[in-house]
Design a protein around this ligand. Structure first.
Ligand code: AMP
Ligand code: MG
Length: 418
């Protein structure tokens, strides 16, 4: 388990910026220590625990990039067509080395090793065969054309991956190309997830008139799984301090992080806060972010705790800015900042100075081919459909107070937020 001090989430200021939150998490949350070896087929999305150096060069041998004819560039006259006899043939995977003598060509195929002495390949589309069976080569091909030299992709010893890399499919491909079969990764984080609220019931159970089905637990669990976590779904807790405290304490024994939604505002029926205070330490981060309300950060028996607001859109947005960086820090991943992509606003908007806002938008291709963002017409933090029916969020920085149509704004697609 990660060793975090009880006051690791302490913050002195009245209002916390998103950047301050991300920085505090990166500085004060340390990674779980345990690692494991996994087969390559299981490596996608895992966090590398140790760096990987290229154990061989790629390509491992100099080979042809095309189907064609290999020659020695020294034999080519500039500006004149030339005809060479074809002295041999080399296929991909051929082990016998083929040599080439001056004035000869060798028939070669993509991926086949270059004949010793040859350094240039004519594409088969660019040549013709004359009546004598010789290959007729056009003038003007540069020396070295259509050849992939040893190590042009990666040199042996190259620092290919640093520890903390979250492996992508193409990373797994490169590791496979190195001939490795397993990688050392950080173990998966165990995250305990609760919903809270007397009005919240699980889908599949009977719903009283004044109750609603739990949606946050499914959203948060899915987002956690996309970040590589093992989710422990611990159901719904009632708004009762003692039972909340007991459940959170039990969860702490087996989890690397406890995540709850709801019950962390400052109303008298917000019992999660009080429960955590009873059994651990808690600070409320008043974040300068909309949607979002206070986020509760704490430590229960050495295990970090995060309580996100109950409104689904506020849960979603605070997840991306508080939970995601915490998961990355706990899992030993190198922080990956969210980088908004510039798009054109097709809406006007006014906002408060000093607060980060996220506007739900759809992207559309404008007449000139550029991308423009259309704002979802309604703004409530409880509107789950506003997340479902949009493509992502436009991020409006603390300094922004107005958006006018045509202005460039930063867009974060939902697929990049997890
Ligand atoms: P709270 O943060 O507990 O004050 O809740 C804010 C709003 O979010 C209330 O309208 C709750 O009913 C709603 N809410 C809380 N938890 C959930 C949940 N798990 N799924 C859907 N809505 C929720
Ligand atoms: Mg509540």
């Amino acid at each position: 388990m990660a060793q975090l001090s009880d006051d690791c989430f302490a913050f002195g200021g009245p209002l916390m910026s998103v950047d301050e939150a991300v920085a505090i998490i990166a500085q004060r949350v340390s990674a779980v220590a345990e690692t494991e070896w996994v087969a390559l087929a299981e490596a996608d999305g895992r966090i590398l625990a140790s760096a990987i150096e290229a154990p061989l060069s790629l390509p491992p041998f100099t080979n042809s990039a095309v189907d064609g004819y290999a020659v020695r560039s020294a034999d080519l006259a500039s500006g004149a067509e030339m005809a060479f006899p074809v002295s041999g043939r080399v296929q991909a995977g051929t082990s016998a080395s083929v040599a080439i003598s001056p004035g000869e060509a060798v028939r070669i195929f993509t991926g086949a090793p270059m004949p010793v002495g040859a350094d240039t390949v004519f594409m088969q589309e660019d040549i013709r065969i004359d009546g004598a069976g010789r290959v007729v080569l056009p003038p003007g091909l540069r020396a070295g054309a259509n050849v992939r030299p040893t190590g042009e992709d990666v040199r042996k010893g190259h620092a290919a991956f640093a520890a903390g890399r979250s492996l992508q499919p193409q990373d797994v491909a490169l590791i496979a190309a190195f001939g490795l079969t397993r990688v050392e990764v950080r173990r998966r984080l165990r995250v305990a997830v609760f919903s809270t609220g007397n009005e919240v019931v699980s889908p599949g159970s009977v719903r009283a008139a004044a109750q609603l089905f739990d949606s946050n637990r499914y959203m948060l669990s899915a987002m956690l799984r996309r970040l590589g976590c093992d989710v422990q779904d611990l159901g719904i807790l009632r708004d009762d301090r003692a039972s909340l405290a007991g459940a959170l304490e039990n969860a702490a024994a087996n989890a690397d992080l406890i995540l709850t939604s709801g019950g962390v505002s400052t109303g008298e029926e917000d019992h999660v806060k009080a429960a955590v205070e009873n059994i651990g330490t808690l600070v409320l981060w008043r974040m300068a972010i909309k949607p979002g309300r206070p986020v509760a950060m704490g430590i229960v028996k050495g295990t970090p705790f995060i309580g996100v607001p109950g409104n689904p859109v506020a849960s979603f947005v605070t997840f991306t800015h508080v939970v995601r960086p915490t998961i990355m820090a706990l899992s030993g991943a190198v922080p990956r900042p969210l980088v908004p992509m510039p798009v054109r606003a097709a809406f006007s908007y006014a906002k408060k100075l000093g607060r980060r806002e996220y506007v739900r938008v759809n992207l559309r291709k404008a007449a000139d081919g550029s991308l423009e963002a259309l704002k979802f017409p309604r703004e409530g933090a409880g509107l789950l459909s506003s997340l479902v029916d949009t493509d992502g969020l436009v991020e409006l920085g603390e300094e922004t107070t107005v958006v006018t149509p045509g202005q460039t704004v930063g867009f974060l697609g939902y697929s990049n937020l997890n």
